[in-house]
Design a protein around this ligand. Structure first.
Ligand code: FAD
Length: 488
């Protein structure tokens, strides 16, 4: 069956439409195929798979979670070269997953979704892309949460005459040698970029708004004997994954139950920082004014040593202006630079994609973001699943745990609702009770201890993180309970 798409053309009709070819969208494709469904396409705006691990190619980019845990549980890779995966290896892992699972024929590159709208008359999602229209009974969005670069609104930024780039749009033609570089921000990407370019640049000025807690990193190469063991006895790799999993779940107690436990980690952090930084002024600048855990805790062994090098300046004054060849701070200092690197994060709670997916009354997903259920289904959005949605983020472990839990829920939901061509819609009262519970619990976590962070929306509400253990999320998503839905 076909119906006219938003622009009047005849849409390509499929049963399932997946948006995004990162871990979420590819995982959805793999799971649909494993469940015996073949009638789907994956729309991806870029020209390759990989999502985060395709876009973030800055020097030093690496995952903060162990390789054995930050990979699909159903697709282990015995030969990770390091215990924490680097961006190139993760990107290759996802390309390999496409080949192993024969996903190529389902992928449509260069297809940016510009609007998705539920059409009650056809009981289909009508989806407009830059390369044509699609219609589908089910829409599965794996559009990512950390995907739209956020650029700071600094007066004069458009006048900058040197090299200008966001960390997620790295310019590989740029050479650091003999450059005077500004890095704006000291979050997760910055602490990886700074030590990677510091040895080569002439001068590096790091502009810090809020000091991060940077703790020791335990990454190291995986020995050949261990790779062989993982290959010959796969249970040993599963054991390593399980150990990493439980150590991280224990860590969650500090974040969600008893933030006082994290005070002990502050002692280890201070030792780490002070062993690399001797200057008392810089030590004070690098000391966070909030509780450890409130913002993302960042692992690195070389950030503090790099910051303490003679060719690096740490500036904590607010930036008030960008000139063609300089950054000006509130104290009137003019910092001459020829390269501006914005490690300023992403539009997370205000992701523009949330304005382009509209429910049955035409309401954008952005308006419904506070009332989603399990971060996966949304009242007023029939036959819609969202991967890594509201309150599915983690401060302590691998996002793959959340994505895989959601995928199981989605496959169960499809199995229970597809017969007869009907629709499902989560009951608003179920979603409301769920969100009230989450917000109550979030109030007791370290993330509510008073810092500002990208976890919070413009009204200070945490719509980003899951306030529990990952096994609780898994339990709650293990079954698509039809009683939670209106089925028609
Ligand atoms: C630098 C960085 C480091 C990170 N480190 C960690 C970590 O250590 N541990 C951890 O658990 N997580 C980490 N994350 C989070 C990471 O994003 C997730 O773990 C995971 O990669 C999310 O996968 P995804 O498929 O949901 O989203 P993404 O990987 O963001 O993929 C989304 C895909 O959707 C596509 N897309 C978006 N909009 C459209 C559209 N309109 N039309 C068509 N296609 C579209 C994008 O092009 C992209 O390919 C990190 C993120 C970043 C940016």
């Amino acid at each position: 069956m076909t119906a006219a798409g938003p622009s009047g053309s005849t849409p390509t009709e499929v049963r399932f439409l997946i948006i995004g070819a990162g871990f979420s969208g590819l995982g959805a494709g793999i799971k649909l195929r494993q469940a015996g469904y073949d009638d789907f396409v994956i729309l991806e705006r870029a020209d390759d798979v990989g999502g985060t691990w395709r876009d973030n190619t800055y020097p030093g980019c690496r995952c903060d979670v162990q390789s054995n845990l930050y990979s699909y549980s159903f697709d282990p890779k015995p030969d990770w070269s390091e215990t924490y995966p680097s961006q190139p290896e993760l990107w290759e892992y996802l390309q390999q997953a496409v080949r192993k699972n024969n996903l190529s024929t389902y992928l449509r590159f260069g297809h940016e979704v510009i609007e998705a709208r539920w059409d009650a008359a056809t009981r289909r999602w009508q989806v407009a892309t830059t390369k044509g229209q699609f219609a589908a009974r089910y829409l599965i969005a794996g559009v990512g949460a950390l995907v739209e670069p956020s650029l700071p609104d600094i007066p004069g930024i458009e006048t900058f005459a040197g090299t200008f780039m966001h960390s997620a749009r790295w310019d590989h033609g740029w050479q650091p040698a003999s450059r005077r570089v500004a890095v704006v921000g000291t979050g997760a990407s910055s602490i990886q970029i700074v030590p990677s370019i510091q040895p080569q640049v002439e001068h590096l000025t790091v502009f810090q708004r809020t000091a991060p807690f940077v703790v020791p990193h335990t990454n190291h190469p995986v020995r050949p004997a261990v790779k062989t063991m993982y290959r010959l006895v796969p249970g040993t790799q599963r054991l390593s994954r399980t150990l990493a999993y439980w150590l991280r779940e224990i860590l969650a107690i500090g974040f969600i139950r008893n933030p006082k436990i994290l005070k002990k980690a502050e002692v280890a952090w201070r030792k780490h920082m002070e062993s690399a930084v001797a200057d008392p002024v810089m030590r004070a600048q690098l000391t966070p004014a909030y509780d450890l855990g409130c913002k993302r805790v960042l692992p690195s062994n070389d950030f503090y040593p790099a910051i303490a090098k003679p060719n690096v300046s740490l500036v904590t004054e607010k930036i008030i202006e960008i000139r063609p060849d300089a950054v000006v701070t509130a104290d009137g200092t003019v910092h001459p630079v020829d390269t501006l690197i914005l490690a300023t994060g992403f539009h997370v709670t205000d992701n523009p994609m949330l304005g382009q997916i509209c429910g049955k009354e035409g309401q954008p997903l952005a308006d419904a973001w506070r009332s989603t259920y399990l971060g996966t289904v949304v009242p007023g959005f029939p036959n819609y699943f969202h991967l890594t949605g509201a309150n599915t983020g983690l401060g302590h472990s691998s996002m793959l745990l959340m994505i895989e839990s959601q995928l199981r829920y989605i496959v169960d939901g499809i199995a229970k609702t597809q017969a007869g061509g009907g629709t499902f819609e989560v009951r608003p009262e179920v979603a409301a009770a769920y969100n009230a519970e989450l917000q109550r619990r979030l109030g007791r976590t370290v993330w509510s201890s008073g810092c500002s962070s990208w976890y919070l929306d413009s009204e200070g509400r945490n719509v980003t993180l899951w306030p529990g253990f990952t096994f609780e999320f898994r339990r709650r998503t293990c079954e698509f309970r039809t009683a939670d839905f209106v089925l028609s």
